[in-house]
Design a protein around this ligand. Structure first.
Ligand code: SF4
Length: 405
């Protein structure tokens, strides 16, 4: 009797599914359509002229075989500890793999567990991050470690939604931790996998607009396997990094070449559509090294500024010819009555889309003045202990800071 009911239910379900597919197809929009036999996948919510159906099973098989022989040996792949996966994924955002390798080992040496990171002073976390840039990542990681230590007993929650509730953990990082460390069938989309998926599906529309990645997430969802999702995701990233590169991808050596719409339709160089680059803004600033005996004045960057939480030398915005006036008018420097300004050199550095020409000027404080809380006098030979901005560190070396690492 029970079997009869299941059979009837199955028939009814299959009938409903067929009707639903017919309606979806006739409306000109694709729905997620995984066939009862086979695994051809169409992607939900994308117009049929924008994206080709993909065979998820064939892609997973070909990609898995390629990954087994070609995968990159990376330090963070030797462990599936969610903490280590998390640290590596945060570091890899906006930083090259080769650069991350050293930082990753050193950071884990200093903060081997969630608890040790949570208990650390923010200054020490920023000092360990110095040189990686995008310091907000480190501050948010520190904040998330505190939440994990106090509210989750030092462990990671096991759903993408809960992971995304932690500071600094977005859709990509949550998917990476869930799939790589916990083997949950969650997709990821980052620069490399985004390019591979767009090309595979022949998705040629703009990605660099609000919500522009959404179709790629849908493609990723439709392809991620129920088992070994972490391995699949890492394989996609490796393929994007090593074979399906932005310029001149190696399609003849690609395990997915036969299944790739961009390759089959001769549109590889047009997919994904190139982003419109933001124009670089040119700025001129001066960093002032105020001396008082063997000590110099440093300023902690405040919330909302570039490099918040790090130390730098006070700056004024001015072209060289207006420097004296700018130093005299600076609220920070005025109480110190700086004298004898002397040029130490000039260099350029880049922050987001700003290119800053920075003149470095030394002067002597004629009086101590009253300092605001974010200013401090520090001996030159102690500068190495401060977490500094990268231009600040460069200036510290110019004025004789001993080398620290
Ligand atoms: S065939 Fe070429 S474009 Fe397509 S996924 Fe492979 S490398 Fe990328």
């Amino acid at each position: 009797m029970g079997i009869g009911i299941e059979d009837e239910t199955s028939k009814l379900t299959r009938g409903l599914l067929r009707t639903a597919w017919a309606l979806i197809d006739s409306s000109g929009w694709n729905g997620i359509k995984t066939r009862l036999q086979g695994a051809d996948v169409k992607v939900a919510g994308i117009r049929s002229d924008a994206c080709r159906p993909l065979n998820a099973r064939a892609i997973a098989r070909a990609l898995g075989a390629w990954y087994a022989r070609a995968r990159r040996d990376l330090p963070w792949r030797r462990s599936r500890d969610p903490y280590r996966v998390w640290v590596s994924e945060i570091m890899l955002q906006q930083t090259q793999v080769e650069r991350v390798k050293d930082f990753y080992q050193r950071f884990l040496g200093l903060f081997p567990t969630v608890e040790s990171l949570a208990a650390a002073d923010e200054h020490d976390v920023l000092r360990a991050w110095e040189g990686l840039g995008y310091y907000r990542r480190a501050r948010q990681m520190h904040a998330a470690a505190k939440v994990l230590a106090t509210e989750h007993g030092g462990t990671f929650p096991r759903t993408v939604a809960a992971l995304r509730g932690l500071p600094g953990i977005g859709r990509y990082t949550a998917g990476a931790i869930a799939s790589i460390a916990m083997d949950l069938p969650e997709p990821i989309v980052e620069a490399n996998s985004r390019r591979v998926l767009a090309r595979l599906a022949g998705y040629a529309k703009r990605l660099d607009r609000p919500g522009g990645d959404e179709p790629i997430w849908k493609i990723a969802h439709s392809l991620v396997p129920q088992r070994d999702a972490g391995r699949f995701n890492q394989a996609l990233m490796d393929l994007g990094a090593m074979v399906c590169t932005p310029d001149r991808p190696l399609c003849t050596a690609c395990p997915l070449a036969r299944m790739c719409d961009a390759n089959n339709s001769g549109r590889v160089s047009r997919i994904p559509m190139k982003s419109v680059r933001r124009a670089t803004k040119q700025l001129r600033e001066a960093a002032i090294v105020v001396r008082r005996g063997a000590r110099v004045l440093v300023q902690k960057r405040e919330e909302g500024e570039w490099w918040a939480g790090l130390w730098d030398f006070p700056r004024v915005q001015a072209a060289a010819r207006k420097l004296h006036q700018a130093i005299g008018e600076s609220k920070t420097l005025q109480p110190l009555a700086c004298t004898q300004p002397k040029a130490l050199g000039t260099f350029t550095h880049t922050v987001t889309h700003h290119r800053i020409t920075l003149a470095v000027v030394a002067c002597t404080a004629a009086r101590m003045g009253k300092l605001s809380q974010n200013l401090a006098w520090i001996a030159v030979d102690k500068l190495g202990e401060l977490a500094m901005t990268s231009p600040g560190r460069r200036i510290a070396k110019m004025i004789g800071q001993p080398s620290v690492r």
